[in-house]
Design a protein around this ligand. Structure first.
Ligand SMILES: [Ca+2]
Ligand SMILES: [Ca+2]
Length: 89
C-alpha cells in the first residue's frame, strides 16, 4: 500500500497544523522535532541547546547539513514551533 502525503494538507493526521507547505502543490512533515514525540515544542530547543556546536547528524540537526548550529534553531525550529500532531515513530 502506498500513501502520498505530498498532495494536500488533509492527507496528514492533524491536517494543516501537522504539515508545512513546501511549494504550490506539495506538503511535508515539518522539521524541528528533536524529541520525536510528534510536536515541535520548547523541549526540542532544549535538545538543540545540548547539541549546539556538534558535527554530524543528530536529532537537532534540523536542516540535515551535518552541523548543529543557529540555522537549525532560527530557520527551522522557530519557524515550525507549535506545529505537529502527526503520528510519531
Ligand atoms: Ca518534540
Ligand atoms: Ca544543521
Amino acid at each position: 500500500m502506498t500513501y502520498d502525503f505530498t498532495t494536500d494538507s488533509s492527507q496528514f493526521y492533524g491536517g494543516s497544523s501537522a504539515c508545512v507547505q513546501i511549494d504550490e502543490s506539495r506538503w511535508a512533515i515539518p522539521a524541528g522535532d528533536a524529541t520525536k514525540n510528534g510536536i515541535i515544542e520548547t523541549t526540542d530547543k532544549e535538545i538543540w541547546s545540548n547539541e549546539a556546536g556538534k558535527q554530524g547528524y543528530s536529532p537537532s540537526d534540523f536542516n540535515l547539513d551535518g552541523q548543529v548550529d543557529n540555522c537549525d534553531l532560527n530557520d527551522i525550529w522557530l519557524k515550525n514551533l507549535g506545529l505537529g500532531g502527526w503520528i510519531p515513530e
